[in-house]
Design a protein around this ligand. Sequence first.
Ligand code: BTN
Length: 269
Amino acid sequence: MELYYNYFDEVDSTNTRLKEAVKKGALEGTVYSAGRQTDGRGRSGHVWESPEDESISTSLLLYPDELSAEETALLTPLAALAVCDAIEDLYGMPTQIKWVNDVLVNEKKVSGILTEQLLTEDGRRAVIVGIGINVFQKDFPTEIEAIATSIALEAEKIGALAGERLKTKLKKEERRKEQEELIKGLWKSFIRYYEILMGKRTLGFIRGKYNAKLINRGKRCMVMDPNGTYQCEALGIDGMGRLCIRMDDGEEKAIDSGEVSVRGIYGYV
Ligand code: BTN
């Protein structure tokens, strides 16, 4: 698939802009990225902070005709893996995933993904995969500082390759270049996975890789279900991206990220 990159200094939200573009017939493969978002949106109605030139805000438009509405949920774990690939390739920095789509470094969140869908006027399903990555931030608002981090902050701790790139490249245009490389790397990796997914319509082909990165795996977790909160052991995802868990009575089941969320029993992980 060909990608068409567009860059804006400032937008409300790259996802919102791309939704507007769908109404005007934007092509599959259109990517909107921004230096700053004034109304960046996260999952469950949360605000996503995108301070000027500090982070990456990028969204890709797809028309996945082969997938059902439920199957489009598979795109989010793919995006999480693509973010991991790009961070590891560019910075040699190990990454983890917190189910279903938070990307972590050293157990803190560096990236979040918001996938949204809408129908075009002629009834075609359009999907927008929006990714935010904290790149240069040195501090975070108090409410999230315990769970959030940036590539630059972790690079300082890890040193080596990652630290060198980010410490020496701090001018505005150099930051932009760094961000551009990360954006291109992540969408390239995403498209590779996406084209395989279109044929298979299950996550079987990346399940092993995803589960190896899954921070919840083998750990006790807290499941926040609308009907009540309970503890369990997380086992890994299945081909539909659901988290397989073992309950305390030994029963195993798969839970869906559209219905529940999961955290560690003592906090975020
Ligand atoms: C989350 O973890 O809650 C998801 C955060 C998603 C943020 C990205 S930044 C690019 C795109 N535009 C938005 O308004 N949100 C997504």
